[in-house]
Design a protein around this ligand. Structure first.
Ligand code: THG
Length: 265
């Protein structure tokens, strides 16, 4: 599973504060902890701050200590444009999070997706928000995929996100997400991604819910997750599930994690 580190997100109160304070050491500490934890990408979100200026500062600060690929979590074209202009190295590795059928977002961000041919997350929502039913979300995914395909975009780089709503909002949320992901993969043969920690919003013992939902997502073939890679138990769950699902040949990664004392029970 592709791991996108969630921690550099201004919707987390403590993180909003360290971005506001321009606390370089704290940002770089969160950066390196996620890299060491096993992130493949780092999600960057400054929507709760001065979004453009702070995105530039955040990217520069992160890039001082790592060259891990970045996932730009913004629906605003000027923010994504600024981010792409200050990211060093191969811009075709930058993940854009996210486009959708919301017109401003789609037409604002599509030019950058097509120019740099970068991986992109596509949300199953439109002007009316996130539909309640599985069928409507699948229909939106189909329309989005069609648009990208017609523009000559390589659909192997697309991650459809059927949207994880909190269980506190809808007790069928996890089931709806898993049904959408399964059907979207079957019908359109594209990858899917989960914003995992959304599931536990406003619930106690969030890490338990996140971890068990991760196992379900992996069993249902979800390809990528935005999660907390600094949580040793969730990262243990990732390697363990990969072994169980036959995706870790000879158990090499599981044994390596064991030898490095990285398995938390
Ligand atoms: N889809 C896409 N992008 C997204 C989301 C999505 N970006 C934002 C969000 N949803 C995913 N990122 C987060 C980041 C942090 C938290 C939830 C979602 C969060 N963190 C708490 C914290 O760090 O304090 C608690 C986490 C915990 O206890 O494990 O709530 O759905 N495409």
């Amino acid at each position: 599973m592709l791991i996108i580190g969630e921690k550099l997100n201004s919707s987390i109160p403590g993180v909003k504060q360290i971005i506001k304070d321009k606390d370089k050491a704290a940002v770089q500490n969160l950066t390196l902890k996620q890299v060491v934890g096993g992130a493949d990408y780092l999600d960057l979100n400054t929507a709760e701050c001065e979004e453009i200026k702070d995105m530039e500062w955040l990217i520069n600060t992160v890039q001082e200590v790592t060259d891990i690929p970045l996932c730009i979590d913004s629906i605003s074209a000027p923010v994504v444009e600024k981010a792409l202009s200050c990211i060093k190295g191969d811009k075709s590795k930058v993940m854009i999070n996210s486009i959708s059928l919301v017109k401003d977002c789609l037409y604002g961000l599509l030019p950058f997706v097509l120019k740099y041919r970068c991986p992109v997350i596509g949300l199953t929502m439109d002007e009316n928000g996130v539909p309640k039913t599985v069928e409507e979300r699948i229909e939106i995914a189909g329309r989005l995929i069609n648009i990208l395909d017609k523009e000559g975009y390589d659909l192997k780089k697309l991650y459809i996100d059927p949207l994880v709503l909190p269980l506190a909002v809808d007790d069928a949320s996890a089931v709806i997400f898993l049904k959408c992901s399964t059907e979207i993969k079957r019908l359109f043969n594209v990858k899917t991604v989960a914003g995992l920690s959304n599931i536990s919003y406003k619930m106690p013992k969030r890490k338990i819910l996140n971890r068990h939902f991760l196992t379900m997502c992996m069993a249902f073939g979800v390809d990528a997750a935005i999660l907390d890679p600094t949580d040793p138990k969730i990262m243990t769950s990732v390697v363990t599930n990969e072994l169980l699902l036959g995706k870790d040949r000879s158990g090499n990664n599981f044994l390596k994690a064991y030898q490095n004392n990285n398995l938390a029970d």
